[in-house]
Design a protein around this ligand. Structure first.
Ligand code: EZ4
Ligand code: CO
Length: 405
C-alpha cells in the first residue's frame, strides 16, 4: 500500500484544527490530527515542507519504520512542532492499517480490555454556588467524575471558567493576539479548599472530583494545596507545578497523598521518564496528538504500567475529533487505562466537518466498531470555515511579571 499523496487541511469550525489525510494507491485514505493550539501554522509548514516530500512512495504499512525515520531521521528529535507533526502522520497510518485489515485500531493494539471508557467532565463557575450547580447537572447526566474550576474572588478571568454558557476559553477562536489575565497565588490557595469542602458537604463522598492547577504553583505551594485537599479525596490534582524539572514532583509527592496527574504539554516519553520511574505521579496525561501519535502513546502506556501509573489522556476541545477517536482506541486497549477527560462533542460546525463513532452515556464513552479510527473529515464542508489566528491567554502577576498560564 504505497503513499501517493499527503494532504494537510486547516479549518476553523468554531476553533482551529489541523488535519492530515494520507492517500494510497489502493484507494484507502487515513486521517490524523495535528492540531497544536496557537501554533497551528508551524505544524502545517513542518508537514508540508519537511515530511510530505519524504513519505511519498513509501509503504503505508511500515508504521514503526516511518515513526523512527521521522524521529531519528530528522536528527533534531522531540519538540511540540515535530512531535505533533509525527502524531498526525502516525494516526493516519494506524487509521489506514485498520481500514486495510477491516478492524478497529484497538484490535491491532491487542484487543479490548474494557467495554466502555470512563470519562470526567468539567464543572466551571463564577462562584462556588455556580460551580456546584454545574456539578449537580453533571451528576444528573450520569457523570461519575467531574473536574471543578471556579473563578477566584478578586481575580478577573481565572483559567477554565465559562465566559458564557458553552463558550469557554478553549472554544474561542477569534483572538488575533494573546489576551492577558491576572494571577495571584495567595488568593487562589486561600480559596480552592473552600470549593472542595462545599462540594463534599453538598454532594457527599461518592462523586469523584478533580482539579487542574495549570502549572501555576511552586513545589512547596503545591504541597500545601495537596495536603489541604486531602480531606476531600480528589481522584487527582492535575499539573500542580510545571514539569520541565521532573525531580521537583518528588517534593510535592512526599508531602501529600492527593494523587497527582501531569503530561498534557509533554511531547515525548522522555518528558515523563523520571516522573513515572520514581512513581512521583499516578496518572500520565499525554495526548496522542501532541506526544507523537499512537505508536508513541502505546510505548508510554506500557512503560507507565510497569510503575503503577495509569493513563488519563488530555481531552480538551483543541484536540480534534480525530485525536479523540485515537484516544478512544487506545483507552479501549490499554490495560492501565485510568480515565478520559471529556468536554462534549463540540458544536454544530465541528460536527458538520468531522464524523466520529463515539457516544456518551452514563459517565462513559462507547466506541462503535468501525475499521481504523472510525472517523471521517469532510474537506469541502471544512472550506466554509477558514483558519483564524488565535492564541491562548497569558498570565501576569499584579506587578506585571509574566506567570504560567
Ligand atoms: O489549557 O488544551 O486539562 N486541560 C487543559 C486545557 C489546556 C488547553 C491548551 O491548549 O489544561 O484546557
Ligand atoms: Co490541564
Amino acid at each position: 500500500m504505497k503513499i501517493t499523496d499527503i494532504k494537510i487541511f486547516v479549518s476553523c469550525p468554531s476553533r482551529n484544527f489541523v488535519t492530515v489525510r494520507i492517500e494510497t494507491d489502493e484507494g484507502l485514505y487515513g486521517l490524523g490530527d495535528a492540531t497544536l493550539n496557537g501554533r497551528e501554522m508551524a505544524v502545517v509548514a513542518y508537514l508540508t515542507e519537511h515530511i510530505k516530500p519524504c513519505l511519498i512512495g513509501r509503504d503505508a504499512h511500515q508504521i514503526e519504520d516511518i515513526w523512527q525515520y521521522l524521529y531519528k531521521g530528522a536528527y533534531w528529535r522531540r519538540g511540540p512542532i515535530t512531535m505533533t507533526s509525527i502524531a498526525g502522520i502516525d494516526m493516519a497510518l494506524w487509521d489506514l492499517k485498520g481500514k486495510a485489515a477491516g478492524m478497529p485500531v484497538y484490535q491491532l493494539l491487542g484487543g479490548r480490555s474494557r467495554d466502555k471508557i470512563k470519562v470526567y467532565g468539567h464543572a466551571n463557575g463564577q462562584s462556588i454556588d455556580d460551580t456546584l450547580n454545574h456539578l449537580g447537572k453533571h451528576i444528573e447526566e450520569g457523570y461519575k467524575a467531574v473536574r471543578l474550576q471556579c473563578a477566584i474572588p478578586g481575580l478577573a478571568g481565572t483559567y477554565g471558567i465559562l465566559a458564557g454558557k458553552k463558550d469557554y476559553y478553549e472554544l474561542q477562536s477569534n483572538r488575533p493576539l494573546p489576551p492577558e489575565q491576572p494571577w495571584d497565588t495567595n488568593k487562589y490557595l486561600n480559596f480552592i479548599p473552600n470549593l472542595f469542602k462545599a462540594a463534599r458537604d453538598q454532594f457527599g463522598s461518592e462523586i469523584q472530583l478533580l482539579h487542574d492547577v495549570h502549572s501555576r504553583l511552586t513545589p512547596i505551594e503545591a504541597a500545601r494545596l495537596g495536603k489541604e485537599l486531602e480531606p476531600y479525596n480528589l481522584l487527582f490534582l492535575e499539573d500542580p507545578i510545571p514539569a520541565e524539572n521532573q525531580s521537583n514532583y518528588k517534593h510535592v509527592r512526599h508531602h501529600t497523598t492527593t494523587p497527582l496527574a501531569v503530561g498534557e504539554v509533554f511531547n515525548s516519553i522522555w518528558d515523563a521518564k523520571e516522573l513515572i520511574e520514581s512513581h512521583s505521579i499516578d496518572y500520565i496525561r499525554s495526548a496522542v496528538t501532541h506526544a507523537g501519535g499512537i505508536t508513541a502513546m502505546r510505548r508510554i502506556t506500557d512503560f507507565a504500567s510497569l510503575h503503577s501509573v495509569r493513563i488519563a489522556p488530555h481531552g480538551p476541545p483543541d484536540i480534534s475529533p480525530i485525536g479523540h477517536a485515537a484516544h478512544a482506541q487506545l483507552n479501549t486497549w490499554a490495560p492501565n487505562f485510568g480515565i478520559q477527560e471529556f468536554v462534549g462533542f463540540g458544536g454544530k460546525a465541528i460536527n458538520e466537518v468531522f464524523e466520529y463513532s463515539l457516544a456518551y452515556a452514563d459517565g462513559h464513552l462507547t466506541l462503535e466498531d468501525k475499521p481504523g479510527l472510525g472517523v471521517d473529515y469532510d474537506d469541502l464542508e471544512a472550506k466554509k470555515y477558514p483558519y483564524k489566528r488565535s492564541y491562548l491567554p497569558v498570565s501576569r502577576l499584579e506587578d506585571g511579571t509574566l506567570w504560567d498560564w
